[in-house]
Design a protein around this ligand. Structure first.
Ligand code: 5RP
Length: 232
């Protein structure tokens, strides 16, 4: 039995998509890579949303059969609305994945997690043999931390301890991410908090140091994934 159209939850971007033209160009490049029968990890954020639209257009026009593994509830609902079948990592493994990023450095190291979805984004990326990162050129930096803090998802009771450890690792400041349409902190899809930690001069071992802090669930520092960067 199908849901009636008016019962279905819709999903639109909350606000204006920055650099939309450049993001659409890179989304079109990505959509051209999709082949019939593939299982694809779908990232989160506005660039990934535009890529999902471009892929859905090809699916519809060419009758392609693909399966998406969404990295967030936002992308799960988007795929449902676009008629793209979805699966979880318990059922299928991606042939490849795509996602956006907040910063990309010359090594292909990334800061992600502006949308708070870094745990599933990193999990899907880890499970994918090939990874595409879609960015406009405002995201390219000489060194990570130029513009963005590193989001650190942590459990509620660990919040003071994690803050202390972040400062001990050299964070200049640490802000708890606050919700916009709710009082108090952002609560992630996994029921945790996000601390945005400002680091400059990020070294290769920082990601493993962060993840070793007791109470940290995941971080938005993505090092060593060797992604293919599509930039416009
Ligand atoms: C969400 C993310 C996004 O991929 C990243 O923030 C880029 O977003 P946008 O494409 O909207 O610029 O990591 O958690």
């Amino acid at each position: 039995m199908e849901w009636r159209e008016e019962s279905k939850q819709t999903m639109s971007w909350n606000g204006t998509i920055s650099n939309r033209e450049a993001k659409e160009a890179v989304a079109a490049q990505l959509a051209a890579k999709v082949q019939d029968g593939q299982v694809i990890g779908f990232g989160s954020g506005s660039t990934s949303l535009l890529a999902a639209y471009a892929i859905a257009k090809r699916v519809k026009e060419e009758g392609l059969n693909i399966t998406a593994i969404p990295t967030s509830q936002e992308m799960q609902i988007t795929c449902n609305n676009l008629g793209i079948p979805t699966a979880t990592l318990l059922q299928k493994r991606p042939d490849w994945c795509f996602d956006g990023a907040d910063e990309v450095d010359p090594h292909g190291w990334l800061i992600k997690g502006r949308g708070g979805a870094m745990y599933r984004e990193k999990l899907v990326m880890a499970c994918s043999p090939v990874r595409y990162i879609l960015v406009d050129d405002s995201k390219m930096v000489k060194s990570l931390g130029e513009k963005f803090s590193i989001p650190v998802e942590c459990q509620f009771e660990a919040v003071n301890y994690v803050r202390e450890q972040l400062f001990a690792l050299g964070a200049e400041y640490v802000d708890m991410r606050l919700a916009k349409s709710k009082d108090g902190p952002v609560i992630t899809e996994h029921g945790n908090f996000i601390l945005d930690a400002r680091f400059t001069n990020v070294q290769e071992d920082l990601e493993s140091k962060l993840i070793q802090i007791v109470g940290v669930v995941e971080t938005g520092l993505f090092i060593g994934f060797d992604p293919i960067i599509l930039c416009s």
